[in-house]
Design a protein around this ligand. Structure first.
Ligand SMILES: Nc1ncnc2c1ncn2[C@@H]1O[C@H](COP(=O)(O)OP(=O)(O)OP(=O)(O)O)[C@@H](O)[C@H]1O
Ligand SMILES: [Mg+2]
Length: 244
């Protein structure tokens, strides 16, 4: 079988904050059209990896290739235009701007072509259409998460990076967020999902990497990781508590 080139390839990535090495020699790849997850506990280094890939953080060493280009030192604002878009951790909406203004920000680099994608998002997320003229800060936590995802989709990503999209949400809303993730993947967008909610993320993913203390300790097809008792006991033993 001929394998497609990965859309994202990360080699020997090390990220540090001063003397703290948060990520050490991490390598992984993401095939085009797949959903790949990096799972790991609080502090494992998940956000550090995703922020290095999206150009928010500069890695100490290593190489990052996206769509055949070396992007190791390319800043975030230049990557968005090439199709690498991040849904940030913690729903960073602009609370005093309206829902629609937040969506428009997702397409700032695309100019007038944004209107069509905003319309598409209103079709996909009717609650955002209903509230389009309200300040985004008046939305519930779940609605704000949908807005953050919709805003990233307005940028028409080839690769969508998602940092803990289910964090702090009630179980029913977590289900909705994962439904949206399935739809995004089904529509052909490649997804790299980072989650503390390891079981849930692995159930949604094609391939998974388990991260502990800044290093990859296991990888494989997501179904195999979920079926591996040693991995489940060591890293996925506890279902994450519901925070609401
Ligand atoms: N700005 C920073 N300055 C110093 N240390 C940091 C900084 N950000 C993260 N770290 C440290 O780097 C390590 C990895 O953090 P990171 O945020 O990447 O983990 P995470 O897996 O995303 O965790 P969480 O699930 O809590 O979001 C942790 O030990 C953390 O304390
Ligand atoms: Mg994080």
């Amino acid at each position: 079988m001929i394998m497609a080139d990965p859309i994202l390839e990360v080699r020997d990535l090390t990220v540090s904050y001063g003397r703290v090495e948060a990520v050490r020699n991490v390598s992984f790849s993401v095939e085009e059209g797949s959903l790949v997850t990096l799972v790991g506990a609080n502090g494992a280094g998940k956000s550090s990896i995703i922020n290095a890939v999206s150009g928010i953080l500069r890695p100490r060493s290593g190489k990052i290739n996206f769509a055949g280009r070396d992007i190791t030192r390319t800043p975030a604002h230049r990557l968005v235009g090439s199709g690498l878009v991040q849904v940030p951790e913690g729903r960073q909406i602009l609370a005093t701007l309206t829902v629609e203004e937040n969506l428009r920000l997702g397409g700032w680099h695309r100019g007038r072509t944004t209107a069509a994608s905003i319309g598409e998002m209103y079709g996909r997320f009717p609650v955002l259409a209903e509230r389009r003229s309200l300040p985004a800060g008046t939305l519930s936590g779940g609605e704000q998460q949908m807005l953050t995802i919709a805003r990233a989709l307005v940028a028409r990503p080839k690769l969508l990076l998602m940092d803990e999209p289910s964090m702090g949400l009630a179980p029913k809303i977590v289900d909705e967020v994962f439904d949206v993730i399935h739809e995004i993947r089904a529509s052909g967008t490649t997804v790299l999902l980072v989650e503390q909610n390891a079981r849930r993320a692995l159930r949604a993913a094609d391939h998974g990497y388990v991260l502990a203390s800044g290093e990859i300790v296991a990888e494989g097809p997501a179904v195999e990781l979920l079926a591996d008792d040693a991995i489940v006991q060591a890293y996925l033993g506890i279902e994450r508590p519901n925070l609401e």
